[in-house]
Structures are given as structure tokens and as C-alpha cells.
Write a protein that binds this ligand. Sequence first.
Ligand code: HEM
Length: 134
Amino acid sequence: MSKDYLAVQASYGRCTRQKGFITRFYELLLDRDERIRKMFSTTDWSQQNRALRRGISIALTYAGGSDIVERSMNEMADVHSRKGRAPVDPELYRHWRESLLQAVEEFDPRLTSELRQDWADALRKTTDYFTAKY
Ligand code: HEM
């Protein structure tokens, strides 16, 4: 049986209710690799922050085994595929997962090691999906 990741969803809620969570995540992500920084050189950040907030929520729902978000997952995977608008080399996804985990550590005061592991598993499912569709 797949896990529903409700505790991860709740943790995500605690993070996004605070100002600066997504901005901090992007700061960490862009610092990790020059290739990533370059990809975001012309980005409209208020739009991107909104897109990612929604994207993470979709990713957690998907990780929980719900197929209601399959179409949204496919659209995001397409954007990041070889032929997409913003292709992402799958080897970069590790940076995405680690930056997000670090931001969660900084923002969720109720994070435990078990919850952190659940986060890691859920994010891995998402990036595995994108990698398979690359
Ligand atoms: C290293 C990993 C990643 C990099 C470097 C990356 C990079 C980008 C870039 C450059 C854009 C376009 C920004 C612009 O319009 O200027 C984008 C859009 C987006 N990304 Fe990512 N991304 C990554 C991972 C992910 C993951 C794992 C998700 C899923 C939760 C995601 C969700 C989105 C969404 C929802 C958009 C907006 C798409 C749209 O405008 O239609 N990204 N990303």
C-alpha cells in the first residue's frame, strides 16, 4: 500500500504559511550549480514562486498514489523534458531534492527525522517520474 504523505502535506503547509519559504528554496537551488542559475536568468519570480508552490503540492499528491494529478504531473514533466521549454538534465534533480529538504528543515519547527525521510521519499518519486519522461 502506498503512503498518503498526509504528514508531509501538513509539514508543507507549515512551511508555505511562512513568508520566504519558496524564495529560500530557490536561493539554495540556484547556489548549487551554475547551470541551474543560468536557466533562471530571465524568470519572472512572482509567477515562478506561484508555479512551484502549486507544483510541490501536485508532487506530494502524486507521491501519495493519487492519479487525479496525473495530467498536471505530465505537463510539468513535459516542460522539463529534453524537448520541453525548460529542459532539466536528470542529474540536476538531486539538487532540487536537497535544496527543498534543507528549506523544510529551516522552516518547519515540527520536522522529525521520520518526517524528513518521508519528505525525501516523496520528492524522489516526483523526480524519478520526471527522469523517466526526460
Ligand atoms: C533541478 C531541478 C529543476 C530546475 C533547474 C527547474 C527549472 C525550471 C525553469 C528554468 C523553469 C522555467 C522558468 C521560466 O519560465 O523562466 C521551470 C518551470 C517550472 N518548474 Fe521547474 N525546475 C526543476 C525542477 C522542478 C520540479 C521537480 C518541479 C515539480 C514540482 C518543477 C515545477 C515547475 C513548474 C510548475 C514550472 C512552471 C511551468 C510553467 O510555467 O508552465 N520544477 N523550472
